[in-house]
Design a protein around this ligand. Sequence first.
Ligand code: 5GP
Ligand code: MN
Ligand code: MN
Length: 331
Amino acid sequence: TDWAAAVAAVRGLPATARVLLICHVNPDGDALGSMLGFGLGLRRLGVRQLQATFPGPPEVPEPFRWLPGSDLLVPQDDAYPDPDLVICFDAASESRLGDLVDRLDKAGTALVLDHHASNTGFGGIHLVDPHAAATSVVALGLLDRLGVTLDAEIAACLYVALSTDTGSFRFEATTPAVHELAARLLATGISPGEISRRIFDTRPFGAVRLFGEVVGRARLEPAAAAGHGLVWTYATREDLARHHQPAYVLEALIDSVRCTAEADVSCVVKQSGDAEWAVSLRSKGAVDVSRVAMALGGGGHRFAAGFTGWGTVDEVVERIRTELPGALLPT
Ligand code: 5GP
Ligand code: MN
Ligand code: MN
């Protein structure tokens, strides 16, 4: 992590500089929260020509539409002049940036804020801390060094990021420092109850019924990796259409599956194209699922990872089964 270079890159911006903020495809709470929270901080510093975007369809998932700083978001537009500075949030590799890689490559400076151990080291200046619970921890570290005063709007964004990536402060990454950071954010007056309800506990009735169906077809395989069970299910675009639901509602599905007591590893295979699947993997500790994901072209963390799979559901799950034994952690 090169804090000095990152601070210099932002402080050295001329008043007319164009700054573009980007984050990974299918943005989650950490991607959007760290990007918009940091964007609000840059605005407070007087950065005028400031935009934020992400690859793929420009729709922000409904649970995140209320986020302060959402007015910074613009659809991806290649006609816009090359930015002086691109800042990239929560993306472990360029493959997570779709067509926006081009904007990153052509920018005067590319600053990367991330916390994935699998980060490939793309971009020019790296603030990558694999021990950080969320990219927002890195973002706040830089805002502090830039002298930005935390306010309730910035805090709401960073709190969304921190609480989504720590699973509401339940995962291993929830260190004393995470709670100290959360305390700083809450001290600005934001409402954790209201924020949690909006981002975790609100979904359309159609999604509730869809979850019932998809969870109902889950499979438990007791001995997938040396006695550590695997539970998995899948959802197709047809499932979504039948229940009139957008794809993002499936992001929460893994949480309804990973509670399975008999399984160490859980998996949700979500159709993203004709023969293309976005795969979510979670582990309770016996298996390093980032190894499975990386072996199959994706990435992530020890206990939460993902990749894009091609073929049929059965082919994709079979590849996971094959990789599991090699991803067992020493006991
Ligand atoms: P999720 O299952 O919530 O989509 O992702 C879990 C973790 O795996 C996140 O940290 C995310 O960054 C990572 N991840 C998910 N899908 C992919 C992928 O296709 N490629 C890479 N490199 N990482 C992924
Ligand atoms: Mn993310
Ligand atoms: Mn993250």
